[in-house]
Ligand binder design. Sequence first.
Ligand code: RIB
Ligand code: CA
Length: 318
Amino acid sequence: MPRKLIIDTDPGVDDAIAILMALAASQLDVIALTTVFGNASTDVTTTNALTLLEIADRADIPVARGASKPIASNYIGPVPQVHGHNGLGDAPFPPPQLAPVAETAADFLYAGVAEHAGEVTILALGPLTNLAVALQQHPDLPSLVDEVVIMGGNALVPGNATPVAEANINNDPEAADLVFGADWDVTMVGLDVTHQINLSSAAIKRITIADTPAARLLADALPLYQGFFEARMGIDGIYVHDPSTIAFLLEPGAFTTQAWPIRVETESFSRGKTWPNLGDTDDSAPPAWRGRPRVKVCTDADAQRVLDLVESLLGANQ
Ligand code: RIB
Ligand code: CA
C-alpha cells in the first residue's frame, strides 16, 4: 500500500521538484496539496500548485489554499531573486484551469488526516503556519497523524535566510515552535543535510533533457533558480532542499538522525534559529527544553544516494 501524503508547500522551484518526485514515486500516494505563503504570496503559490498538478495530469489531487501570513507577525515577503516573481523561475506558464477547494488548508488537512486516521504523513515544504493553525484549531491532530516530515531548520550549521535562520522557519518562527513542541513524530530535514546535497548542472541537464511534461516544466523553471545558487553561493547546480524530504520518505537509511528536542528562537537577530538541546535528559534540561518531545533531526546524508533518487524519479523513464 503506498503511503498517503499531504504536501504543505510554497511552490517554489524546489517545491516543484519535490512534488513531481512524489507524484512519480509508486510508494507514495499524494492525497492533497495545501498551500502557504513563503517563496511567493499564497495567491502565487496556490496558482503554482494547481499548475503543477495540471501539467502532471493529476487533476484528481485537491489543492487547499492556506495562510497568507504568519500566526503572530507579518509576511517578510517573496524572494523573486531566488524563485522568480511567479515562484517558478519566471517561466511563462498559462493560468491553470483547475481551482482550489473551498476549505482552508488547515481544515482540509485535518479532514484528510481524520478520514485516514493513523495513515497520513504530512510533508511540510514551506513555513509551518498551516500546521500550527491546524494544531490550534484541532488539538487531536497529532494523535491522528502517522508522521510529519519537515524541510526546514538548521541545528548545527548556519542559516540561509539570515546568518542564523533557515528560510521556512524564519518565515514563521512562532508556528515552528508550536509544531516542534507538539506530541507527534516529527523529522527535521534541514540545512544540516540539504547543504550537503548538490545537484550538479550536468545532472540538471540529464533530467531536463527528457521528453516528459515534468522535465519540460523543470527545464523552464530551473535556470533562474540555478543562476541564484551559482551567483550567490558559488556552487555548480543547486542544493536540493525540498526534494531531500522525498528521499527521506523513500530511503530513510540514506540519512543519519539524532533525537533532540528543538526550540525556535522568536526574538531579535536570532529569530528563526532552531536550537536543539544536545545533551541533557528531560529532567536536567534547561526549562525552555524541559518536557519538549524529541524531534528526529537529520545530521548527515548519503548525498549520492539522494541525488541518484532525484534523477531516477525525474528521469526519462518517467
Ligand atoms: O530553505 C529552503 C526552503 O526555503 C525550501 O523549502 C525553499 O523552497 C524555501 O521555501
Ligand atoms: Ca519550499
